[in-house]
Design a protein around this ligand. Sequence first.
Ligand SMILES: C[S@@+](CC[C@H](N)C(=O)[O-])C[C@H]1O[C@@H](n2cnc3c(N)ncnc32)[C@H](O)[C@@H]1O
Length: 247
Amino acid sequence: MTLLCGDCRDLMPAQGPYDLILADPPYGETSLSWDRRVEGWLPLAAQALTPSGSLSVFGSLRSFMATEVDFRAARLRHAQEIVWEKQNGSVFHADRFRRVHELIVQFYPATARWQDIYNVVATTDDARARTVRRKRRPPHTGAIAAGIYRSLDGGPRLARSVQRFRNVHGRAIHPTEKPVPLLDLLVRVSCPPDGLVGDWFAGSGAAGVACRLAGRRYVGCEIDPDMARRARDRLAAILPFPVGEPS
Ligand SMILES: C[S@@+](CC[C@H](N)C(=O)[O-])C[C@H]1O[C@@H](n2cnc3c(N)ncnc32)[C@H](O)[C@@H]1O
């Protein structure tokens, strides 16, 4: 596990190739000092993937529309998107819907075929065939023994593209920190066990925690030295060994 401090454009290409690049870049939508769009990272990321690697980018529809030409120029092809639904959200405009979602869009190089990209099909557990027990009989059934039956319908179903996770308001160390369970899902479906995840805009290092839980290798990069230190401390707290320093 390594958390670098510096500009991802300078530091991250040499750390690859990555099985999965997670990128939560500044959306460029607020007046926060760090929230400035970063130019030129997409082609570098596209070139730093393994032949079966993909790139999952966080953003709003507004931010993706503003940078659509950059994805094209980097020869990245859209694979799918997940809508992350939060329990609360941001009010940017008093006269519009309250925004309670963000997008995570997966891309892969246009030179690759989708069937060659590492992808675990995410299914729901609740729809699997299961044993159903009736615990309490309805009173009008009389002396019928408590029953068990095996549900034959169902079977695995594709996970929904809208995923609900609580955000980390109140205990976050970064103003736009992403929840570990959401990152855990992304890591498990798009990075092979023991594969390498590159987190190009690491912030609080939440993706590092997810990688640790999922057993994937992790290199993160954060440009803000104070945030990088806090992310390192966070990762060190869940690790039995020191988190790597920039060399
Ligand atoms: C949206 S936040 C990431 C939040 C992170 N996903 C989390 O869960 O905590 C974007 C981060 O990218 C950092 N950043 C901005 N430009 C960068 C660059 N060129 N290289 C590395 N990090 C950068 C910012 O300082 C900010 O912390």
